[in-house]
Ligand binder design. Structure first.
Ligand code: C5P
Length: 242
């Protein structure tokens, strides 16, 4: 099966909560505005696959299932096969797991989509967590700068058959140039000019991130912590289109 069709817009709202009622409420409120929603480990470990399906029913929106698989190739392939029937638009694995692991993930996504007669999810690599700086990397034995390590892992993700990577908006321009127009770049660390940065350190606006080459931008609290979530999302989408 082919990958899912084009989205309404590039904004994925991160529904960061362990609570099913909260996630479905956000999802329903955002159904007419954002391009998709993201559920991660906090939600999945509390609510499981059934919770994911309920949120998808509430919004009808494409889902980025952000579970960052990282294990031996056989286990990651099994994890991918287990989530494909949930019909996510996009899933991810740690690029640090290496070439064989990423190849196994890509192959499993393709095969499971065919078996289940669903669209194949995009399989995305997580490069270097933005919470890690160069000294954190040195502690785990990586002597390259974090930027060089991101470039290395993104290149490896591409060679291994992944569809794209998660990266900082500050890395997007170079990765777009290095990896070509079809490799997907997904950027968190994005803030509209009117929103608080929270704990994000080096932010760009959604408009700047897309101009730098991002295909999809992940935005959480500027939407979910706003008094009117749908209005905040609409404002972001309108600013992107301007
Ligand atoms: O609320 P906020 O917009 O900061 O949420 C961003 C989302 O993107 C969160 O779900 C966060 O875990 C995720 N993320 C991130 N930075 C990364 C990778 C993921 O902020 N490098």
């Amino acid at each position: 099966m082919a990958t899912a069709p084009k989205l309404r817009n590039p904004v994925f709202c991160a529904l960061d909560t362990p609570d099913l009622g909260q996630a479905t409420s956000w999802a329903a409120k955002l159904a007419d505005t954002v391009g998709g929603v993201k559920l991660g480990l906090e939600f999945f470990n509390a609510q499981g696959p059934r919770g994911v399906s309920e949120v998808m029913r509430a919004s009808g929106l494409p889902l980025f299932l952000d579970l960052k698989f990282h294990d031996i190739p056989n286990t990651v392939a099994g994890a991918v096969r287990s989530v494909v029937p949930l019909k996510p638009f996009m899933i991810n694995v740690h690029a640090n797991g290496g070439r064989a692991m990423m190849e196994a993930a890509a192959k499993a996504a393709h095969e499971a989509a065919q078996t289940n007669l669903v669209n194949r999810p995009l399989v995305i690599g997580v490069t270097v967590l933005t919470s890690m700086d160069d000294s954190d990397l040195r502690e785990v034995g990586v002597t390259e700068s974090s930027f060089d390590q991101v470039r290395r892992l993104a290149e490896l993700a591409k060679i291994s058959g992944l569809d794209g990577v998660v990266c900082s908006p500050h890395e997007a321009q170079v990765l777009r140039r290095d990896l070509g127009p079809n490799f997907k770049l997904i950027t968190p660390g994005v803030r509209p000019a009117w929103a608080a940065a929270n704990d994000q350190k080096r932010v760009m606006t959604p408009h700047e991130a897309v101009a730098a080459g991002a295909d999809y931008v992940v935005i959480g609290r500027p939407i979910t912590a706003a008094p009117d979530e749908a209005a905040a999302a609409k404002r972001i989408v309108m600013e992107l289109a301007a």
